[in-house]
Ligand binder design. Sequence first.
Ligand SMILES: [Zn+2]
Ligand SMILES: [Zn+2]
Length: 272
Amino acid sequence: MLADYHTHCLPWSPDAEAPMRDMAKAALERGITHLCFTNHIENCCQSPLYPDQFPPFHDYGALYAEFQRVRDEFAGRMDVRLGCEIGSPTYLEAEGRAVYAQSVFDFAIGSIHNLRGKRDFYFYQYPDDFSLLKPEIEEYLDENIALASSGMCDVLGHLGYMRRYMARQGKCFSLTAFRDRLEVLFRACVEHGVGIELNCSGLTDALGGFIPEPEVLKLYRRLGGELITCGTDAHAPARAGVGIACAQALLKECGFSYVCLYQAHKPEFIRL
Ligand SMILES: [Zn+2]
Ligand SMILES: [Zn+2]
C-alpha cells in the first residue's frame, strides 16, 4: 500500500505540468495504490496584497467531472480521490469555510505559503543572518496554530515550507529551533483532530530531505499526533509517487503505526 495524498495537475493548478490522467498513470506505474489530487485553491489570498497568487477557483463542477472520469478509468487498480490544497484559509475565513464545505472534496490540505500581506516564501531573498528571518518563522508557526484550530483543513501542508526555497539559496535551518511553538502547534492539532503531512518534495530538490524533518515528526508523535498523510506535492509526472515508500518507512521509524487516507474529511487508518 502506497498513498500519495498531495498532487497537482493541469489545468486546475496553473503551476502543474500535466493533466490529471497523465499524473494518475505515472503514479500507478510507480506502484501507488491510493492517489489524491489536491489542486491549489487560493481564494483566500485574492487582493492587491497578493499579486502573485493564482486566480480564484470556482469551477467545482468541471473539476469533479474530470475527476470522476479518471477515478473510474483507474478503478480496481488504484484508488483515486479528490481533495484540495487551500492556501491560508484563515486569511479570509468565510471563503475558507466555503471551500472546505465543498462536497466534491474528500480531503483538504491547509497550507500557509505566505504571511498576511506578504509574498509567497518562494519569492524571498533569504538573509545570511538567520536572526533576521526568525520573527517570520514564528509568525508562520502562529498562523499554523490558528489554522490547526480553525476547522478549515484536515492536515497542515508541508510544515517548514520555506526550507525548500532556503536550500536553493544555500541556507538552512531546523524547525526544532522553535520547539516551544511546535509543541503548542501539535497540541492544537491533537485537540482539534487535525493532522500533518510528510511532504516528499524536498527529496528531489536542493534540500535533499523531507518536510518536515524527522525530529519534528517524532515530536508530533510524542505529543499524541496520529493523523498523518504522505504526499509528493508532484506537479509533473516525473515526480508522481516518488519518495512515498521512503516516507512511509520513515513514519514507522518515527513511531507511527498508521498512515491516513481520507473520505468525506474523515481519516481511515492504514497500518504501515
Ligand atoms: Zn503547497
Ligand atoms: Zn502542493
